[in-house]
Design a protein around this ligand. Sequence first.
Ligand code: PEP
Length: 250
Amino acid sequence: MRTKIVAGNWKMNKTQTETVTLLNDIILNYNKNSATKLIVAPPFVNLSKAVEICNNTNIIVAAQNMHQAEGGAFTGEISANMLVNIGINYVILGHSERRMYFKENDALLANKVDTALKHNMMVIFCFGEELKDRLENNHFNIIEYQLRDALFHLDKNQWKNIILAYEPVWAIGTGETATPEQAQEVHHFVRNLIDQVYGFETSDNVSILYGGSVKPDNAKQIFSKQDVDGGLIGGASLNANEFLSIANSI
Ligand code: PEP
């Protein structure tokens, strides 16, 4: 059975003080018996604090990014080793904001994925088309290349550490969500693609999250689709009630 996951990408939001408040709020109110895996991804400077607070809970703390090198002269960057050393074993890679503002491409992302896996980390790998690609009906092509170029060099066993997040760029932070049918269509396409390359066992076991303006009032419909295994949540993850309401919609 695939793992159901709801992950919150806090982006560049929340000071340490606010991180403590939000996490305590989540911990107080989350469903401890739920089978859904809950992940939070605060900014780097708050990760240690978040790990401390989430200790003895089922909540997993993830990083929003990491550098591909093991270490060295890369001013301002953070390595996999540094993350693992403070108890971070999950990392989001390939978010569209990293691709757009920091020019991360599929070749670089393939390197980052390799480094993360070398450290036995779980990777939440984001992909998705821009609006122009969808309008030109080119989105399946774009998605296929994003996955092929960044992930299809992995061996079957390494896929156990991969979580996918389909995030159409036009739906991120815009309030415009993909319809449940659009999400299902892409998720199904991706699962088929993985099936063709790696076989049924791998494709059936990989969790594919949807991300892009998921809110408490649309989560249930999106999560009801067969190939949607949860969500990567931006804006709504900054509020404990909204985040937990989404998590409880699976
Ligand atoms: C995201 O940035 O990963 C995201 C899905 O953002 P939002 O939920 O705000 O659209």
